[in-house]
Design a protein around this ligand. Structure first.
Ligand SMILES: Nc1ncnc2c1ncn2[C@@H]1O[C@H](COP(=O)(O)OP(=O)(O)OP(=O)(O)O)[C@@H](O)[C@H]1O
Length: 278
């Protein structure tokens, strides 16, 4: 008799799903901020989380990083089931996070190099002695992201574009399985924005590239590498699926409840509000 362990469909599904949310709702201070969110992210997919101000993007990210626990529903991130497995710290070490909120927590007097190195320990500030291997890796990342020329500069003296690159290098120090970029182009001019997006395309080509989750309210930032998009509206999933099917004139006009025109050129989208004929 074959007594090999039978692998159930659910087990297989949970191995390929990097993130799985099923009917997730979140209540804060008496308000439902997220309502019945169901969302699966598989290892070979790169997602955009798209929604207007106040849609619930930050709340959703905070949940994925185990800062919030769902009021209702099932959440599994990188194989850790919320409520069953011990989470928070260990999980966050496997998630690279680039966000303006993280930027505010960093010590502004640290050098860019120190901030990148601190990513190896997932710490704010550098309290442990980095190994030679970590130092080499940090230098390699600074080189890859074209930040070597300002590696010894104090972080607060860097431009916003330079800071974001440093944060990406820091996030990659721990070889994350998931890289969350929360509106990483805020405050960047269009050239700095394009340079940052180009850096993401380069990271995507690495052999151990993480899965991307890119949060934005600008369709112009959606790169061809972002295969899937979730449209979030008022704390609920408006729709989700292939980016080419989500970022369309029809879909976004419904999402915004106003007539917009979405055009695609060279695999990049742009959006305009449709003018009313006078
Ligand atoms: N702790 C809280 N208590 C009550 N309401 C909250 C709390 N946190 C967030 N909210 C509300 O939930 C809604 C979603 O907020 P969230 O910050 O997640 O939106 P967002 O999509 O990230 O917006 P933005 O693009 O402007 O950053 C907002 O109306 C916000 O006021």
């Amino acid at each position: 008799m074959n007594d090999r362990k039978r692998i159930s469909y659910n087990e297989v599904r949970r191995v390929t799903n990097l993130i799985e949310l099923s009917n997730v709702s979140l209540k804060r201070n008496g308000n439902w901020i997220l309502k019945e969110i169901s969302w699966n992210i598989q290892k070979d997919q790169h997602w955009v989380l798209y929604g207007l101000n106040g849609a619930g993007k930050t709340a959703l990210l905070d949940m994925l990083c185990a800062y919030y626990f769902p009021t209702e529903g099932y959440v599994s991130v990188l194989g850790k089931v919320f409520g069953r497995d011990y989470l928070a710290e260990k999980l966050r070490q496997k998630i690279g996070l680039v966000s303006s909120r993280l930027q505010q927590k960093l010590y502004p007097s640290d050098t860019a190099y120190q901030i990148v190195l601190s990513g190896a320990f997932a710490s704010i500030g550098l309290y442990e002695s980095p190994t030679d291997e970590m130092r080499q890796k940090a230098i390699g990342l600074l080189e890859e992201l074209q930040c070597l020329s300002y590696a010894d500069r104090i972080y607060e003296t860097l431009s916003q574009g330079e800071r974001q690159r440093i944060l990406i290098a820091r996030a990659l120090m721990a070889d994350p399985e998931l890289l969350i970029l929360d509106e990483p182009t805020t405050g960047l001019d269009f050239l700095a924005r394009e340079q940052l997006l180009q850096a993401l395309e380069t990271i995507h080509l690495r052999t151990n590239a993480p899965t991307f989750l890119y949060v934005t309210h600008h369709v112009e930032e959606i790169l061809p590498i972002f295969s899937h998009t979730l449209l979030l509206k008022k704390g609920q999933v408006f729709d989700s699926g292939l980016t080419s099917e989500m970022i369309t004139t029809e879909k976004l006009s419904q999402l915004f409840e106003c007539d917009v025109n979405v055009t695609w050129k060279n695999e990049r989208a742009s959006i305009r509000k449709r003018l009313v004929n006078r």
